[in-house]
Design a protein around this ligand. Structure first.
Ligand code: KG4
Ligand code: ZN
Length: 332
């Protein structure tokens, strides 16, 4: 089985090739155009996908040392994501599958983030808990099998990635701010400023109140010292990251304790965060968890994870037909 997978749900155009469960190539073109707008502009994302998709697919085949004729299926991200962005990948995949007369596989983007854990070994053992954290989602997923997942907790408003990015914007850092907060936090003092936790029922999260609290914190400090941000940037970033990681882990620890599951994974763009990775590794050692943290390249959006999810769908004989359409909001 040789699958070409395409990811175009947000601002990364990516293509990967998988053969018999092994990733042979993974090409990612990040769209720099959104930087000057401080966030992803959906229409510009669609246009950039259109520009990138042909060279990115060609490069992924070249890197794998294969030709189009070697493919047995084309996979694509059906949703969730930006409609115009998803449409580029969906239309491209459908046309290519039709042209080559091969199978089509539609993939759920968030399930693919979880299945990124099966790209390389060691693999988590079922059932495992996966904290899936990205620009659009914050979920605790109970993963019973490759394609049997259950969301046991999630954010009721903003995603944690959005909280990172919005906080970065308030700190006048360019988009996407998450990785920059991470970088500045490295040399900052995480205990310098106390930021609030938000009480939510069960395993759910909320980050909109946190964002507002951070806004007022900066406003108050700046009123006292106009240079507050510039003078304390690293400590602010470290304290912010510390607070967000603490919120994330509190519910994950509760879920692990209640379910008795000790196989614990993280996935999604925010799982690239150093603070989250290090804290989780430490908690894991203390609590006797087996912790799974993806390689950096498989945390943020990439087509290798789409290929992996497609592989498990193909093993089940779960294929799409030409009537399939992009789905910006998609249930599990
Ligand atoms: O999974 P992803 O690439 O795209 C979505 O599906 O949303 O996640 C992107 C999110 C952005 O909010 C970005 O700021 C955040 O992941 N992110 C990080 C880091 N790297 C990416 N947040 C904190 N620290 C990082 N190192
Ligand atoms: Zn994603």
């Amino acid at each position: 089985m040789t699958i070409l997978a395409i990811e175009s749900s947000c601002d990364e155009t990516s293509a990967a090739v998988l053969r018999d469960g092994r990733i042979l190539s993974n090409v990612v073109a990040t769209q720099a155009i959104h930087r000057k707008y401080g966030g992803v502009v959906p229409e510009l994302a669609s246009r950039a996908h259109q520009q990138h998709i042909v060279p990115v697919v060609a490069q992924s085949l070249a890197d794998a040392g294969l030709a189009q004729q070697d493919l047995t299926a084309i996979a694509f991200t059906r949703g969730p994501g930006l409609l115009g962005a998803l449409l580029v990948g969906t239309s491209f995949a459908k046309a290519m599958a039709l042209g080559l007369g091969i199978q089509l596989i539609d993939v759920h983007h968030m399930q693919a983030h979880v299945l990124a854990h099966f790209i390389e070994k060691p693999h988590p053992v079922f059932p495992f808990l996966c904290l899936t954290v990205s620009g659009g989602h914050t979920q605790i997923v109970r993963v019973n099998d490759y394609l049997e997942m259950e969301i046991i907790g999630q954010t009721q408003d903003d995603a944690v990635g959005e909280a990172f990015d919005k906080a970065a914007k308030l700190l006048e850092l360019p988009y996407p701010g998450g990785p920059l907060i991470d970088k500045h936090a490295e040399t900052g003092n995480p205990h310098r400023f106390a930021l609030p936790d938000v009480e939510m029922p069960g395993y759910d999260y909320s980050f909109s109140g946190f964002k507002t609290a951070f806004l007022y914190f900066l406003r108050n400090e700046k009123a006292r010292n106009p240079n507050f941000m510039a003078e304390n940037l690293n400590d602010i970033c470290a304290s912010l990251q510390f607070a967000l990681v603490r919120i994330l882990l509190k519910k994950l620890k509760k879920a692990a304790q209640d379910t008795g599951i000790r196989e614990i994974a993280i996935a999604g763009g925010v799982s690239a965060n150093r603070g989250l990775r290090d804290t989780l590794a430490k908690e894991g050692t203390e609590r006797g968890w087996n912790v799974y943290i993806p390689k950096f390249e498989y945390c943020t959006d990439n087509a290798a994870m789409i290929a992996m999810a497609a592989y498990y769908k193909a093993l089940r004989g779960d294929f799409a037909d030409q009537s399939v359409s992009a789905m910006p909001r998609m249930d599990w």
